[in-house]
Ligand binder design. Structure first.
Ligand code: 8GP
Length: 811
């Protein structure tokens, strides 16, 4: 947008006066933050309104991205950037003796997600708006996002994330657009003129109130919407009859039970069976979302028969899979369509992404619980199952009960959400080539054989605007100065950097910027954790959710081995290294939490051992989230992407790190493979079992972890150290880790890949000594990262799945 610095200052001062009743001399940083937020929203408003009007007027096909998680992070600077006024704002604030970075710190992260899946949804929001796809997010406005992690005595301790404690300047509450969501009760079936009517009665009604947040496209005047629903009681806030009798708890029970639905995000990155509240949340989201879409659709004045021509609904994993029976319900019970017509529309509207093959994440609901909570929806799911099983019987598997039972939507008294999602949608995609192949060949093999035409791959991507332009302003400036600004709209243009990989001046600048980013992170580490780290050491970063398959433990064992070697020989020639970790463990995942304790215990021991002369340092950074990632990633030299092969569906952190010039140490898993193909083998460090070797070993069952330990003295020593005496903790503190690797035969092949990993780390050590060569590799990584922009991914979804207006950009 066009705006002068003076006009901006004027507007800001007016806002301060009007909304904060203060003037520029008296204003606190918080006053400035609120005034700024409100001002930016004003700037956005006109385009937001116009975008919506235009969508309606031109009846453009709309995409609704349904997700239980949106990990948006902070929005202030992102919005300024996308409006094209960040520079003006910075300058204006400077003249007023304020600093935008400081103001930004006051904004709370919108942390409504666990990890990869939620952050992907946020990157997709940015890309849809920026490349011009009419796409909106649909989610839950949890009052508490993912817990705040603090490390106390080395342990993770969870605290509520009160992100809404202060006003959220970005959202607009739209009470008048609230819809009712119904739970429980019973369904009465009436037959009239040969037609069945389903009357849902005795239900409990809950109000779903939308809060809309604008999603601003990059300098294109387009503003999409992220709509998050909050649960509210319909009739009464509290029950006076109880209140008057002094039964205060009882008086508020109803209100609290309703609000519980949107109270807190489940802090799990896997499925937690048997949680009635979670099922409630899932239905709450889809019912509210689809009813609100219906309303918008009605305004178009189009026939209900053409619904799928104008609306695409995408479900982010199976969590919103009840969108299928809910859309069926509305089309049949409210719009009066017959089953076949409703089914045609539903399956053509809905598409589904699978994000993991980890079986613990596969959602299954107990039939009785489901039936009680959602009686009408259950009837529809039951009918979907009946029809699907009949179809299988008639078309392909006549008499094959076992196969049909294997594929059924309901079996063994459980509803299988993945099966429902596959049967009820027209597209199923994995998130990286290997992952999609595994879905086809293994996890969903039967479905692929039956519905091969539905399966496709959409390799993940990240918003290069957030993860490079915003997170790494100095590098972005250098890129602009070198190849122009075209890459911001066309990220593939980053490849123009490749011709500078040998240019000494450019290399020197890239190196300098990395150093500066490292110094900033080192300062942050000192301030937050009181640990002194050397910015000239290699910054080796492992940041993601804690999970056994992500193998933070393998990283720890490598460090323990290095430490053991240094104790034996303090003169050992290793390049100084700072190992930095970040990540949260699910609050119920004891093993993962013990790994955090182990990292911190090791950190304490290593960091305080004078004998090793600061050659290695370890830091566990507290409360990893979007904002912390924005500080850590630009400072990384080494990116740890070391999951057990086949387990990481894609990974997106891997893309963020490479885009910022880190060299990846990786297994051939998920999108690491695609990164390797993009940068070439010589610009990434690969180790470990590949997919074939892994599957073979897994299947033939010959792996014996104890035997391996007995033959590798390094491992033997490390495992012994876990058992007691070595760390200042009680002897059985790490017994769960010890047993997982021995008694339970090392399910994730930590020990198996250890030797290969150590060698790969030795290669990193050697490579870094030649800083000129290293920087060249770094530039190749940055220059090859364009295809990992979510602009490319969204373009593929839009053309391949949603069939919305085509992207006119070339990726
Ligand atoms: C993650 C995958 O683990 C990761 O590889 C991928 O990059 C990311 O999704 C985006 O596609 N999966 C999840 O976060 C996930 O399955 N979470 C749900 C269980 C909550």
């Amino acid at each position: 947008m066009r705006l002068s610095k003076n006009k901006f200052k004027e507007d800001l001062i007016k806002k301060l006066e009007k909304e904060r009743a203060t003037n520029i001399d008296e204003a606190s940083e918080l006053d400035i933050y609120y005034a700024l937020g409100s001002l930016i929203r004003d700037y956005i408003a006109e385009n937001w309104l116009r975008t919506n009007e235009e969508y309606i007027k031109n009846a453009k096909k709309q995409v609704y991205y349904f997700s239980m998680e949106f990990l948006m992070g902070k929005l202030l600077v992102n919005n300024l950037m996308n409006l094209g006024i960040k520079h003006i704002c910075e300058e204006a604030l400077k003249e007023l003796n304020m600093d935008l970075d400081k103001i930004e710190e006051l904004e709370k992260d919108q942390g409504l997600g666990n990890g990869g899946l939620g952050r992907l949804a946020a990157c997709f929001m940015d890309s849809m708006a920026s490349i011009g796809v009419p796409g909106h997010g649909c989610g839950i406005r949890y009052r508490y996002g993912l817990f705040e992690q603090r490390i106390i005595d080395g342990y993770q301790v969870e605290f509520p994330d009160k992100w809404l404690q202060n006003k959220n300047v970005w959202e607009i509450r739209r009470k008048e657009r609230a819809v009712e969501v119904k739970f429980g009760g019973n369904v009465r079936v009436i037959e009239e003129n040969g037609k069945l009517d389903f009357i849902h009665e005795n239900y409990e009604s809950i109000l779903a109130v939308p809060y809309d947040t604008p999603v601003v496209g990059y300098k294109n005047k387009l503003v999409n919407t992220l709509r998050l629903f909050s649960a509210e009681a319909i009739k009464k806030d509290f029950d006076f009859s109880y209140f008057n009798r002094g039964q205060y708890m009882k008086a508020f029970e109803y209100k609290h039970s309703v609000e519980a639905i949107s109270e807190v995000l489940y802090p799990n990155d896997a499925f937690e069976a048997g949680r009635n509240l979670r099922l409630k949340q899932e239905y709450f989201l889809v019912s509210a979302g689809i009813q609100s879409i219906m309303r918008t659709y009605k305004r178009l004045g189009k026939s209900i028969d053409d619904f799928h021509e104008y609306i695409a609904i995408h479900i982010n994993d199976t969590h919103p899979a009840l969108a299928i029976p809910e859309l069926m319900r509305i089309l049949m019970d409210e719009e009066g369509l017959g089953w076949d017509e409703a089914w045609r529309i539903t399956t053509n509207t809905i598409s589904y992404t699978n994000h993991t093959i980890m079986s613990e994440a596969l959602e299954k609901w107990d039939v009785d619980m489901f039936k009680n909570l959602l009686p009408r929806i259950y009837m529809i799911v039951d009918e979907i199952n009946e029809r699907f099983c009949r179809e299988l019987w008639n078309n392909k598997y006549h008499g094959d009960f076992e196969k049909i039972c294997q594929m059924a939507v309901i079996a063994h008294n459980e509803i299988r959400m993945a099966h429902l999602a596959i049967v009820g949608s027209h597209s199923i995609n994995g998130v990286a080539k290997l992952h999609t192949e595994l879905l086809k060949k293994q996890e969903l093999k039967e479905f692929y054989q039956y519905y091969s035409y539905k399966f496709n791959n959409k390799t993940n991507g990240i918003s290069h605007r957030r993860w490079l332009l915003k997170a790494n302003p100095e590098l972005s400036k250098l890129i602009n100065d070198t190849i122009g600004k075209g890459w911001i709209n066309l990220p593939n243009q980053l490849s123009k950097l490749l011709k500078y990989k040998d240019d000494p001046v450019f290399k020197e600048k890239v190196h300098e910027i990395k150093q500066k980013n490292k110094i900033k992170l080192a300062n942050m580490i000192r301030e937050k954790h009181g640990i002194e780290v050397d910015p000239n050491s290699i910054f080796d970063i492992h940041a993601k959710r804690l999970h056994e398959y992500k193998r933070q433990l393998l990283n720890v064992f490598h460090i323990m081995n290095l430490y053991n070697k240094l104790i034996e020989n303090p003169e050992l020639d290793i390049y100084p290294r700072t190992f930095i970790f970040g990540g949260k463990a699910a609050s119920s995942y004891f093993m993962a939490k013990q790994v955090i304790k182990l990292i911190n215990t090791l950190a304490y021991k290593v960091n305080n051992d004078k004998r090793i002369k600061d050659k290695i340092k370890i830091v566990f950074m507290e409360n990893y989230g979007v904002t912390l990632a924005e500080h850590m990633i630009p400072a990384a030299n080494v990116s740890e992407q070391i999951s057990t092969t086949t387990k990481e569906a894609s990974g997106t952190g891997n893309m963020k790190f490479m885009m910022n010039g880190a060299i990846t140490i990786a297994t051939l898993d998920g999108a690491n493979i695609d990164i390797k193909n993009a940068v070439g083998e010589e610009n990434i460090v690969i180790f470990g079992l590949n997919e074939k070797e892994f599957l073979e070993l897994y299947r033939n069952g010959t792996y014996n972890s104890i035997e391996l330990c007995n033959t590798d003295i390094r491992l033997k020593k490390i495992l012994n150290q876990l058992r007691g005496g070595f760390f200042p903790v009680k002897d059985d503190e790490f017994s769960i880790i010890y047993h997982s690797l021995t008694k339970h035969n090392d399910e994730f092949f930590v020990l198996k890949d250890f030797d290969s990993y150590v060698k790969a780390q030795e290669r990193i050590d050697k490579l870094y000594r030649n800083i000129s060569k290293w920087t060249e590799m770094s530039i190749v990584n940055i220059g090859s990262s364009g295809i990992f922009s979510s602009d490319r991914t969204i373009c593929e979804y839009a053309t391949g799945i949603w069939k919305t207006n085509l992207c006119d950009r070339h990726y």
